[in-house]
Design a protein around this ligand. Structure first.
Ligand SMILES: Cc1cc2nc3c(=O)[nH]c(=O)nc-3n(C[C@H](O)[C@H](O)[C@H](O)COP(=O)(O)OP(=O)(O)OC[C@H]3O[C@@H](n4cnc5c(N)ncnc54)[C@H](O)[C@@H]3O)c2cc1C
Length: 283
């Protein structure tokens, strides 16, 4: 197996164009597991871990632009102020070793149903910057994930960065697994309260092939929450609508029925927490 080590981004894109079957590797926490298990047998690895600039971020007034090589530790330690929801996700991932190596770009590259960042990226409204030797395009994250699994990444493209709007308002992430750490999520839920727009966005993942936003549940809150407040009835209906928006699978980690129940519970809890936190701030 050959390992190509581009010194900069243009060289990485040129190598990607020349070797579309090469497997990119950033932190290697998914790729190395695949290699060791024999699931991946590439002739060529394209090592992006030394490409300058991929591992950093820039915070503007309205946007944060994260390089694809930003690690979970980087996000948790450096971005808790501007991206509190994504920082909470980063803190929940794996072990310290995995957080030190694993990257946001790698999570998008794998697009595993169990990947914890996906619901939060959807709820925040991220855009993914994909580059090839022919140029760069921005894909809204809800069009990046394919409904039946897989992504919009083309064979000659690499993930360059992720753009996230800075949202003022509380954000929550919660997941359910067989235990608290070092386990794949059976389902997860992210909620973002966008105070400027008076809007709550909710997304779920881990339950089936692809994460999604629960549009009907969001519409219910748009109609009733900001005028009538959070009643027990609204909370229950919201949780049920979020659960109904998902078509969970039964697998080793959980049954479909358990997942549906857990999604409703996580969504309800997250909503209660962001709403109470928002009200406290307003008071
Ligand atoms: C013990 C353990 C525990 C884990 N726990 C969790 C967890 O709790 N939550 C969770 O979400 N994940 C978890 N993971 C999975 C993993 O850490 C994440 O998916 C991580 O984000 C992958 O990032 P990476 O940089 O290591 O990716 P890599 O392994 O380097 O790459 C992953 C995929 O992305 C592609 N890729 C990488 N970079 C790019 C790029 N710039 N452009 C295009 N394609 C690219 C690769 O070709 C590959 O297909 C765990 C993994 C392990 C081994």
């Amino acid at each position: 197996m050959r390992v190509l080590k581009p010194a900069d981004w243009p060289e990485a894109l040129a190598l990607r164009a020349q070797h579309p079957a090469a497997v990119p590797v950033s932190g290697g926490t998914d790729v190395m597991v695949g290699l060791r298990a024999g699931r991946l047998r590439p002739d060529i690895l394209l090592d992006l871990s030394r490409v300058p600039g991929l591992g950093g971020w820039r915070v503007d007034r309205d946007w944060v632009r994260l390089g694809a090589g930003t690690t979970y530790t980087g996000i948790a330690d450096g971005l808790a102020g501007s991206l509190p929801g994504l920082a909470a996700v980063a803190r929940a991932v794996g072990s310290r070793q995995v957080r030190n190596r694993g990257t946001l770009g790698g999570s998008l590259g794998t697009a595993a149903p169990t990947g914890d960042p996906h619901p939060m990226l959807l709820a925040i409204g991220a855009e993914i910057e994909l580059s090839s030797a022919n140029g760069t395009r921005r894909v809204p994250v809800d069009r990046f994930y394919r409904p039946q699994g897989g992504t919009a990444l083309a064979a000659d493209e690499l993930i360059h960065s992720v753009r996230l709007p800075v949202v003022t308002g509380p954000q929550r992430f919660a997941r359910v697994g067989a235990r608290r750490g070092m386990v794949k999520s059976a389902c997860s839920c992210a909620i973002v309260l966008d105070a400027a727009r008076e809007e709550i966005r909710v997304a779920v993942g881990g339950y089936g092939p692809a994460p999604h936003r629960a549009a009907d549940a969001e519409a219910l809150l748009r109609e009733q929450l900001w005028t009538g407040g959070l009643t027990g009835d609204l909370l229950g209906r919201f949780g049920r609508l979020v659960a109904a928006s998902a078509t969970p699978v039964t697998d080793l980690r959980a049954t479909a029925a358990y997942r549906r129940h857990a999604i409703a519970v996580l969504a309800g809890r997250n909503l209660q927490q962001v709403w109470e936190s928002h009200r406290r701030k307003e008071a």
